[in-house]
Write a protein that binds this ligand. Structure first.
Ligand SMILES: Cc1cc2nc3c(=O)[nH]c(=O)nc-3n(C[C@H](O)[C@H](O)[C@H](O)COP(=O)(O)OP(=O)(O)OC[C@H]3O[C@@H](n4cnc5c(N)ncnc54)[C@H](O)[C@@H]3O)c2cc1C
Length: 354
């Protein structure tokens, strides 16, 4: 069957409807109807896009984007927040343990915090648009594309956070869960086994310590020659006899039958080593979600957005907040604070330009 789609999502809440575009849309609908009638089932799909403009368009409804949206709502800015996922919260949803470093309250886990965020976000109504992933941006024009609609912001706030890096050689959950990117979600699974941990930062080394203290024998594999974890954690690793440190190695492949049996690691000079292991825990750095913005503003070597003290990016009228910001301390509280500040910077830009 031919498909006729007129996309005007959130129509009652449009800041400014481009009337001419909708008039043209109606005309195109009629044209297509006529063509469908004359061509049977062969008529092509037609999408007519709505366009709207707002004071502030926020990309991402993790805690940073959400906090920005709530502050914008409070200070009466016409705001829309776009979230690719079906629920808000971003990384918060992945937290398997209790969250106890927030002055605003203690939460049993990320899911509980996510529900609390959803309660707070209810006030935003249709300003919050879920399952509305931005697929293209023009930062110079401060416009974003959703596929079936285009939104124009007088200011833009980028709060797209970070995502896991997955090693192609190590699919999450493989070999009956012997390969994991979240040790927290598999308590007791690796007890008394030999386990390779990939990653020399805080997360990897803390997991290595937890495993060793639980009776596992740990091979700690990391690409750099030095552990990049906090000094106190590094000292604890050095003092733990159950951890073998393997600096300068990276994962090449994994193999086994029903369960994981072996991983192969290699050095930059091509040297290889086989490790007989019953578990693999991957804890490598997350990466900023900035693919859409590349080439349009200043990013650091890791792809995070460079900002000034007020979170203005190198692109006029474009502000960034949360983990996506270069050098950000990746914490919920920091991201919430960033969101607040981003709202104030957006307001300042609207009032006086940056
Ligand atoms: C396992 C784990 C445990 C943690 N534990 C703690 C803890 O105990 N305490 C603590 O303070 N911090 C903790 N953190 C860190 C904390 O969760 C993050 O620092 C914080 O949630 C970052 O929020 P954010 O809004 O900047 O980014 P994110 O949470 O990454 O949110 C970004 C949002 O943007 C959306 N998005 C991305 N691209 C697009 C697009 N193109 N269009 C539309 N939407 C898009 C994403 O879907 C996502 O919802 C933990 C993190 C993890 C992963």
């Amino acid at each position: 069957m031919p498909v006729l789609t007129v996309a005007a999502e959130g129509l009652p809440h449009l800041g400014e409807i481009v009337v001419a575009a909708l008039g043209e849309a109606a005309q195109r609908c009629d044209d297509v109807r006529r063509r469908v009638a004359s061509e049977g089932d062969t008529a092509p799909e037609v999408t007519v896009r709505a366009s709207e403009e707002h004071d502030v368009v926020i990309v991402g409804a993790g805690v940073a984007g959400l906090s920005c949206a709530l502050e914008c709502f409070d200070i009466r800015l016409d705001t829309v927040v776009l979230e690719a996922d079906a629920r808000i919260g971003g990384q918060v949803a992945e937290i398997p343990h209790s969250v106890r470093n927030l002055a605003a309250g203690r939460f049993a886990n990320g899911a509980e915090l996510q529900r609390a965020l959803e309660d707070s976000a209810a006030i935003l109504g249709a300003r919050l648009r879920l399952a509305q992933g931005v697929v293209e941006v023009n930062l110079g024009e401060r416009s974003v594309e959703l596929g079936d609609a285009r939104l124009q912001g007088r200011t833009l706030v980028l709060a797209t956070g970070t995502r896991h890096q997955h090693l192609p050689a190590a699919p999450d959950g493989a070999f009956g869960g012997d390969v994991t990117y979240q040790l927290e979600s598999r308590p007791g699974h690796f007890a008394r086994r030999t386990v390779a941990v990939i990653g020399g930062g805080d997360s990897g080394t803390l997991d290595a310590l937890e495993l060793a203290r639980g009776g596992s024998s740990v091979k700690l594999v990391h690409r750099s020659e030095e552990l990049s974890a906090r000094r106190d954690i590094v000292r604890a690793v050095r003092a733990e006899p159950g951890i073998e440190d393997l600096p300068g190695w990276e994962l090449e492949s994994v193999s086994g039958g029903e369960r994981l049996e072996e991983v192969v690691v290699r050095r930059a000079d091509g040297q290889r080593r086989r490790l007989a292991v019953g578990g693999l825990v991957v804890k490598i750095a997350r990466v900023p979600r900035t693919e859409l913005f590349r080439g349009q503003l200043d990013l650091d070597h890791a792809g995070a957005i460079i900002v000034d003290r007020e979170l203005y990016t190198s692109c006029p009228g474009v502000v960034a907040a949360g983990d996506v910001v270069a050098g950000a301390y990746a914490r919920i509280g920091t991201a919430i604070g960033h969101g607040m500040l981003a709202a104030r910077s957006a307001l300042r830009y609207l009032q006086e330009g940056a």
